[in-house]
Design a protein around this ligand. Structure first.
Ligand code: SAH
Ligand code: SF4
Length: 360
């Protein structure tokens, strides 16, 4: 747990944490499993200690004190059932975050696919200040606690009435900068007594925090890694991602190689295409070299306009040309054209707009 956390909310605890907490006050071991069943069981998912009817009343009220249940409030849900739905959530201290439910795209996964992906936030704001990203525009506010990360999945399933079977940590914030809380949340999401999502169904995206990439490589979890690369040379990358000055591309590539060797996994490079900034053919050739060395695949993402930022995406022809340079060099690359990205486009933008209109 994060030592600075004043309370230990129920949804921030692992089964072992809860067992320890219960046995410390003389309660039998099996109570912890009972509680987790109320918290995460498919038919239960209760949002108060009072609802746990097979627990003695006195125990319920004492547990409420030490392990409060803090499910965020759903402020708005935008989008329709068949398209991307964005949930704006208000946390216990009034901060707003967003979580985005993305149904399978038939074009990518076939008409029958039941893939439902949730794009999860890990912090309020972001300290890394990448020049193209809405999440970092207003700076960093705070880390999310483990329960605030776990709750995004619980709420998305509650609102949609559907099971999430794929998670991407690509929402607001830098998950690797909130490593302890994020990893605690991942173990709860992954656990059979918890949400029960396979680690291979989770992808963490990072702007390139090299030491944490290596830490995660040493963890047994088979979680997938995506790198927000967005520039293949230091010259281009440092212009748009300040983190590159601390961890330049060569150092990042070494950490990626360590990760894919340890996990025996293919990693993904995300590459936003921004006209005149990182879309030169020479950058595509260098990107292909980087990817080949690691056997990484590449997701090209046409830049989504962010209010207050000057850039725009290259023309479709220029996007296709960039793609073909990669593909002609034998690299597995695609252009991500997702629904829902035209309105409040990239993660972080919905919160900005709503926060401005609510004046919070
Ligand atoms: N901090 C982590 C996780 C956040 S995900 C990271 O940077 O990897 C950030 C991702 O959001 C980017 O890699 C990109 O895929 C997407 N993104 C951010 N701003 C965008 C924009 N203006 N247009 C398109 N995609 C954007
Ligand atoms: Fe932060 Fe990622 Fe946005 Fe960069 S791209 S500002 S690291 S959320």
């Amino acid at each position: 747990m994060n030592a600075s956390e004043p309370v230990l909310p129920l949804h921030s605890l692992t089964l072992v944490d809860l067992e320890e907490s219960l046995t410390a006050v003389g309660q039998p071991f099996y109570r912890a499993k009972q509680v987790m069943e109320w918290a995460y069981g498919r038919e239960k998912r209760v949002e108060s200690w009072d609802a746990m009817s097979n627990l003695p009343a006195a125990l319920r009220s004492s547990l409420e004190e030490v392990h409060p249940i803090r499910i965020p409030e759903v402020v708005t849900v935008s989008g329709s059932k068949d398209t991307t739905r964005k949930l704006l959530l208000r946390l216990h201290d009034g901060e707003l975050i967003e979580t985005v439910l993305i149904p399978a795209s038939p074009a990518l996964y076939g008409e029958e696919s039941d893939r439902r992906t949730l794009c999860v936030s890990s912090q309020v704001g972001c300290a890394y200040g990448c020049k193209f990203c809405a999440s970092g525009l207003d700076g960093w506010k705070r880390h999310l606690s483990a329960d605030e990360i776990v709750s995004q999945v619980l709420l998305a399933e509650k609102v949609s009435g559907e099971r999430i079977n794929n998670l991407v940590f690509m929402g607001m914030g830098e998950p690797m900068a909130n490593y302890q809380n994020w990893l605690q949340a991942v173990s709860i999401l992954n656990a059979p007594w918890g949400v029960g999502l396979g680690a291979r169904k989770m992808t963490v995206s990072t702007s390139g925090l090299v030491p944490r990439i290596r830490d995660l490589a040493d963890q047994p979890l088979q979680i997938r890694l995506a790198i927000s690369l967005h520039g293949a040379s230091d010259e281009v990358r440092s212009q748009i991602m300040p983190v590159n000055k601390k961890h330049p591309v060569a150092e990042l590539m070494e950490a990626c190689s360590y990760y894919s060797d340890r996990k025996k996994q293919m990693i993904t490079f995300e590459y936003i295409l921004i006209e005149g900034v990182n879309d030169a053919p020479s950058e595509a050739r260098l990107l292909a070299d980087r990817a080949r060395g690691l056997r990484a695949k590449i997701n090209l993402i046409p830049y989504n306009t962010v209010e207050g930022l000057p850039w725009r995406r290259p023309s479709e022809a220029a996007q296709e040309e960039f793609l073909s340079i990669l593909q002609n060099r034998g690299i597995a690359a695609t252009i991500r054209r997702e629904k829902g990205h035209d309105i409040d486009a990239a993660c972080g933008q919905l919160r900005r707009r709503i926060a401005t209109s609510l004046q919070v």
